[in-house]
Design a protein around this ligand. Structure first.
Ligand code: AMP
Length: 305
């Protein structure tokens, strides 16, 4: 594994793979790896000839200076883990490399970015995400880029960005990796006190309660959300939002008749957590929504080495 720190080095390192027609997979991350990140990297490793992982805590997507300051960082540990998984390139740009002096371009995705995280963290959050993802996709020119379903709205924003700019990359959305009690793994979980870490499992219970209620009555989203709220209240947690939304547009739904997600954001002891679960009418739909991606398995060249 080679570590590169500039866009020019990244491009140069990928030239031979492109020349030889090898498939390139990119896994964009902010580091502080946990098993969620590692699952994306493993998937990329299994599906692509050459795997690049980026490590960049993107200041532009933080709406809170304290959150950015406290965000866990450990490049050495991340590099060791990435090397163990057999990746080819670790791209670790500094802030000045991504946003050099005079940088004045913002990529802003309308519609799908506006609700939920966009409404609560502010417009700048997804502008920051879209700008850095566009820059990474243009720099690495991967065949496939791997994202986690844990950040469902981010996946929807990235899909919109890629479609609108006609970027020739396949977006692969990977299942959420959870702790035994259901809490979605997140770099921010490390900031929870032991008591808050225990309470935080209520987020997943709330989403499950919604999932169960929708299965029983897909026409009554309001009752389903109330069942979710009850789980949160029992743990003394107030959600920033708890909704059932269309999986692609992220628009709130009043009844479920297709692919939908229950989504949540909540602060637990000052740490902001987000999560989501697919809600669908049958177990089969649910299984399909959670574990597979209709775009995966097509167009993929199997690695030879
Ligand atoms: P982050 O470093 O938090 O920006 O995450 C980098 C990538 O890992 C994003 O595509 C996330 O959606 C994904 N990711 C984060 N947590 C998980 C998880 N628990 N399971 C699967 N993917 C995740």
């Amino acid at each position: 594994m080679r570590t590169v720190r500039t866009v020019a080095e990244l491009r140069a390192a990928l030239v031979p793979a492109q020349r030889d027609g090898l498939s390139i997979g990119l896994v964009p991350t902010m580091g502080a790896f946990h098993d969620g990140h590692l699952s994306l990297i493993r998937r990329a490793r299994a599906e692509c000839h050459v795997v690049a992982v980026s490590l960049f805590v993107n200041p532009a997507q933080f709406d809170d200076a304290g959150d950015l300051r406290r965000y866990p960082r450990d490049e050495r540990r991340d590099a060791t883990l990435a090397a163990e998984l057999g990746i080819d390139l670790l791209f670790v740009p500094g802030v000045d490399e991504i946003y050099p002096a005079g940088f004045a371009t913002t990529v802003s995705v309308g519609g799908v970015s506006e609700g939920l995280e966009g409404a609560h963290r502010g417009r700048g959050h997804f502008d920051g995400v879209a700008t850095v993802v566009a820059k990474l996709l243009i720099a690495a020119a991967p065949d496939a880029a791997y994202f986690g379903r844990k950040d469902a709205q981010q996946v929807a924003v990235v899909r919109r960005l890629v479609a609108d700019l006609a970027l020739p990359v396949r977006i692969v959305a990977c299942p959420t990796v959870r702790a035994d009690d259901g809490l979605a793994l997140s770099s921010r979980n490390a900031l929870l006190s032991p008591a808050d870490r225990e309470r935080a499992a209520a987020l997943h219970r709330a989403l499950q309660a919604i999932q169960d209620a929708i299965k029983a009555d897909p026409d009554d989203v309001r009752a389903a959300i109330a069942a979710g709220q009850a789980e949160l209240s029992a743990a003394g947690i107030a959600a920033e939002y708890l909704e059932v939304v269309d999986r692609e547009t992220m628009e709130p739904l009043e009844r479920v008749d297709g692919a939908a997600l229950a989504v949540i954001a909540a602060r637990v002891g000052g740490v902001r957590l987000i999560d989501n679960l697919p809600v669908a009418l049958t177990d089969e739909d649910h299984d399909e929504l959670s574990h597979t991606d209709p775009e995966v398995a097509t167009r993929q060249r199997a690695p030879t080495a």
